[in-house]
Design a protein around this ligand. Sequence first.
Ligand SMILES: [Zn+2]
Length: 347
Amino acid sequence: MSREPWVAGIDIGGTTLKAALVDYGGEVRALESTSSNVENLPSFKRSFGGLLAKLGKKVLPGARLAAAGIGCKGVVDTGTSRIRILPGQFAFLEGLRLDRLISDALGFSLPVSADNDAKTALVGEQRWGAARGKQHVVLLTLGSGVGGAFLSAGAMVRGCSEIAGHLGHVTVDFQGPLCSCGNRGCLEAVFSARAIEGDAVASIRRGCESPLRAKFAANPESLTCLDVFTAAASGDPMARGIVERAVAALAAAMAGMAHALDPELFILGGQIAEAGPTLFGPLRKDFYGRTLRLVGRRIPIRKAALGESAGVLGAAASAWKVLESDSLRFLAPSRLRGERSVRRIHR
Ligand SMILES: [Zn+2]
């Protein structure tokens, strides 16, 4: 009897490396993680190798590892799986071929799908989440930076050199702060966890009166973006000012995207999307105020559905896509009709 194919979904995150075994229905059969806080390529390869070795041991006797998907920040050449541009923390990975990284770690080769992590997140939402059945979708990941990806007529838009989708680098203030990308006033430089935390820390240091200052005056660096949103929700005037400005920048950027791309849906993921109504309420109000006249309808703005597992599930969805485009022979017809199954096993 043939063994059930599973895929590995791997997420290279800013603080954590995660890898999961995922079946055809999108169920996570095993999950492993380790810190990604390493300083050079040899250390990274050691952590990565250890992670995949542990994951490999979780493949049950009745299953087999058929493919792997991997999501990473920056620009990934999807043809060769080579990381082309990756400024910042993981700059030492530039030039690395992710398919070789995976086959070296596992000790054997298998089909690999490698892509920018926001693009894999959108593939995951398209397959198992908020973008199911949708054709024109913009996804933004609102974290320490801002990632983006969009579907047009059901297909991922990549541009002529795979740069398309870097929506965190849409300009919202043409004379604004310098961004890591070299531009000024990018969305990411105004609306991101890093930018919001930076604003709050600066306000505390300037001595602005607020409950947030009273709480964090001794150690401003320890506050998080969600602390700022929570303080804003409870009426802290300083936090409200910071959040209002940031949300207005996001609404303005999304209005530009709506007019340029005409999506049927916006999906917001990442840690800031967890702020809930404090984010979504004012964002929708401002965004619809800017777009109703020309767009003529309220484009839904939804939270990403795959939550904490978005990274590994998105990478896994990309791996399934590669397998399906390669060949469908290994799949029994009954499994091809399968919806996401009810059973969910987390280890
Ligand atoms: Zn930028």
